[in-house]
Ligand binder design. Sequence first.
Ligand code: NAD
Length: 295
Amino acid sequence: MSRVAFLGLGHMGLPMAKNLIAAGHEVRGFDLMDAAVEAAKAAGVPVTEFGIDAVSGAEVVITMFPAGRHVISAYQDGLLAAAEPGTLFIESSTIAVDEARTAHELAVAAGHRNIDAPVSGGVVGAENGTLAFMVGGTDEDFAAALPLLEAMGKRIVHCGGPGLGQAAKVCNNMILAVSQIAVAEAFVLGERLGLEHQALFDVVSQASGQCWSITTNCPVPGPVPTSPANRDYQPGFAGALMAKDLGLALQAIEQTSTDARMGRLAQELYAVYAEGPGATRDFSGIITDIREDLV
Ligand code: NAD
């Protein structure tokens, strides 16, 4: 069992911290926001007054922050200095590949170890301990982190060296965005051709157009009763989070001069979608905007 500091007890971090405690780890949490601190206390997660108090004496430090700038500044503004030499830093926020590499270099320069371990599976996956972790780091650090990741997740893939967990995440979400748009366009086109939703679903879900965006996240109500379309597009995976992840994809596309026109277009469409009510609706709700010619 490990002594773990868990920083960032928001929608994802708090249930992840709870699962670590349930697996027998000793967790001290910290968050900057009073509401998150109160929720953590109510959920039985011990919290410290300052981040450095949680970190001092911990064997592992997990961060689950909104964005890369929070990670870099927290590392630089005391976390790395407060940790015992050789502490394993697990960075689980979704951040840019180059930010993950910067965080890794900062941690190593301060005498620590670091992996990037972003997740997919959303709040439900965090609560149920069924997250997927995509990990970038050395073999030794991956092996050391594995028992902790297994307490919070179900599928854990070592993707390669530092930053490559984030690389896998950004590539996956770019595919997801493009496929969700393609499925939405196909349903709208089908409607205009007189095709019933169920008929199109029955064909595509068993044919070569088959993908998660239709079989699980079907953007029209009916064919998949559990998809967000059946509950007025309550997320699920909110448009704002998809727009954020596509912003990271665009950054990676530009830095690598990759000819990713579909990814660029998906980023443009989701940026527009997330400017409106789509920010808090499931990202499959983009079908409404496509139907009404809003994106
Ligand atoms: P959130 O905003 O609910 O939680 C982030 C928490 O970090 C906040 O409570 C904030 O106060 C805290 N924080 C920020 N800076 C801090 C610091 N220096 N010290 C301590 N606490 C600090 O966000 P979330 O939904 O939990 O997402 C966290 C990360 O996981 C994001 O990077 C997001 O992109 C990623 N993610 C989220 C989902 C999802 O469905 N919510 C799914 C996959 C990945």
